[in-house]
Design a binder for this molecule. Sequence first.
Ligand SMILES: N[C@@H](CCC(=O)N[C@@H](CS)C(=O)NCC(=O)O)C(=O)O
Length: 203
Amino acid sequence: MKLYHSPASPFVRKVVVLLHELEKADEVELLDVTSTAFASDDGLAASNPLAKLPSLVRDNGTTLYDSRVITAFINDFYGAKMYPTGSSRWETLTLEATGDGIMDSAVSMAYEARLRPEDMQYGPWIEAQWAKVERAISVLNARWMSHLSGPLDIGQISVACALSYVDFRHGARNWRVDNEALAQWHAAFDSRASMQATKPPAT
Ligand SMILES: N[C@@H](CCC(=O)N[C@@H](CS)C(=O)NCC(=O)O)C(=O)O
């Protein structure tokens, strides 16, 4: 299998962290690409019409996207238990959606600042995205610590990658203030070998 990959993407990182946790990272070839909505990578666009990362090309030539489809596929393919069955399944899926939603807003903010001309950037829209990130982080800290401290699942991986991306692109906003429990959990999670092996580049 081949994974269209960029080390800066939190959605890609979620997939690669999962592979490391399952000790299957060696079984997927990483195809490093630079791709933005303004300049899509041709190979990526040919296999995924949305031209978004990550995209997983299976050995039969078909491509899977988006990250949630890929992580669910990898989980089933390797017979893993990162999506529990039973009642906690829905909590895990909601936690994964929360992490992914933080990524969506944090990536949008970064695109606004990095891809749009300065005179076309719209501050109130950036702040509206940050309000979503802030609210989600606050709810994770207030209501999700028990689940986050339980058996490893895809929800935890998504949240960890989302918070690390917030550090990476929006570190000056200090999400840890008033979120001490979540900050402690993230520090511990970040020391896992899977997270250490997938750190984004310096810029
Ligand atoms: N919902 C998608 C989001 C993927 C996404 O937005 N990826 C970004 C990189 S972080 C991307 O490929 N952007 C390029 C583009 O929008 O053309 C997923 O979970 O895979």
